[in-house]
Design a protein around this ligand. Sequence first.
Ligand code: FAD
Length: 491
Amino acid sequence: MYVQSANRYKRSIPITTHPTIVWFRDDLRAADNPALYKAGLRAAPVICVYIREKVNSLRPLGGAANWWLHHSLKSLSSTLSSHDVRLVLKTGDPLEILSKMAGNIGADHVMWNRRYAPDEIDIDQKIKFALKGQGLHVESFNANLLNEPWEIKTGSDKPYKVFTPYWRACRPQSAPLDNGYEPSFKNQTELNVTSENLADWNLDPENPDWAEGFSEYWNPGETGAREQLEEFLGHGIDGYKDNRDVPAQPATSFLSPYLRFGEISPKQIWRTLDDRFGDNFSVDAEKFLAEIGWREFSKTLLFYADDLSEKNWKDEFDSFPWRDDPQGFKAWTQGQTGYPLVDAGMRQLWQKGWMHNRVRMVTASFLIKHLMINWREGEKWFWDTLVDADAASNPASWQWVAGSGADASPFFRIFNPIIQSEKFDPDGDYIRRFVPELKDVPKKHIHAPWAAPKDVLEQAGVTLGETYPKPIVDHKFARERALSAYKAMRS
Ligand SMILES: Cc1cc2nc3c(=O)[nH]c(=O)nc-3n(C[C@H](O)[C@H](O)[C@H](O)COP(=O)(O)OP(=O)(O)OC[C@H]3O[C@@H](n4cnc5c(N)ncnc54)[C@H](O)[C@@H]3O)c2cc1C
């Protein structure tokens, strides 16, 4: 239970040196945290704050991400306590909170690490301006990217729109040679600041506890992140390039939620890879790093986009004739489409708050192209159910699948969910794990059970339409319908 001993901080102690406030956001770690490190260097008392921001323009976190945040804040609070630094929790308008807190404790510095959504930048700029106007020193840093979005430009000084040249441009110049920013703190004194209680934020669901199974899979916080990276380097990275597409294997790093909440930084990851591979990155390590590059590319798109989760990056998609299909949407969210790979993915998402990348592409494609439901609906569902739900990677990836995004997969490339299943889950192991009602269907038929002979289904205990759904839409019909809609949009 997270309970701050508020009384400990109530005694007012004369402040000899003005304290520094560190405002935590998407950087929930102590190591390699430039704002925290720089605050420590001042050798004046440091107090940290996490604010549940009540600002209309900000997109509220989804349910699964809230679960993660709860556990991550607990972990951060305990790490900071071990340095004798306190994490205070507040709810409300960040400017009011920071300004009042600084006034109350006589702080003269406020520090934070940057974030990149246009609305967040807007808020931060206004706060910086206002606090400076109050005579405070405000400093911000890059904690979560290899390169700031504005640093990587084409020869004609424009942002990149295509990933490969983008990555070529920033990969060689971005080796993170700086120190590990291990923080240390001197002259900590007790400051009179009250904290809200994390339990009162109700981020961890109780009735019903739909996230019950999450802690089996995840250990939010910076220790969990480091352990996950070590695990990956020990067991996953060799063969990553080929195996990363096989959802039945634990072949990827599972670092996405840790990166999302800044419990580990891409620079820490790169340095660890450097220690392991030196100048000779294996093809697997290079591929893994390029995926981190996709994360950076998405942040760049977010930085320059008007509204990535609402507006088509390519505006020709504004006239796409999306269908209204609440039943189809419900079947998709519940993993009841009748397409086993799609259903396995959607159920993995619900159970684990995470889905394998290949299957994210297949399930998203199914919603957009087979059901012709607006990509924004799918993006919102993922936003609510992913522990790694990210303001850049989620909409950018949905737009990539839809064809409306930057460097996107063309709309007419429609994934066949049966072929994808045969190719990437050939033995049906992934399907059996998440769709147990098909566990006894032989691998030859598990990808398209509706086409299996009657006796095979009988032997496997499957009655289509009763124990497992019939396909909610025919693949060939859906493909043709999507292609004609696309043609109509372009004409
Ligand atoms: C429709 C859709 C929605 C997605 N939504 C999100 C999201 O909200 N948050 C998110 O972090 N990723 C998202 N992704 C990208 C990707 O699926 C996940 O990052 C990846 O599956 C996470 O697993 P991992 O950490 O084991 O990945 P690894 O394969 O181990 O990759 C390492 C890291 O690289 C980054 N990364 C990998 N692939 C991508 C990618 N295609 N785009 C951007 N970054 C990538 C992630 O930070 C990841 O942790 C989405 C992809 C699709 C197709």
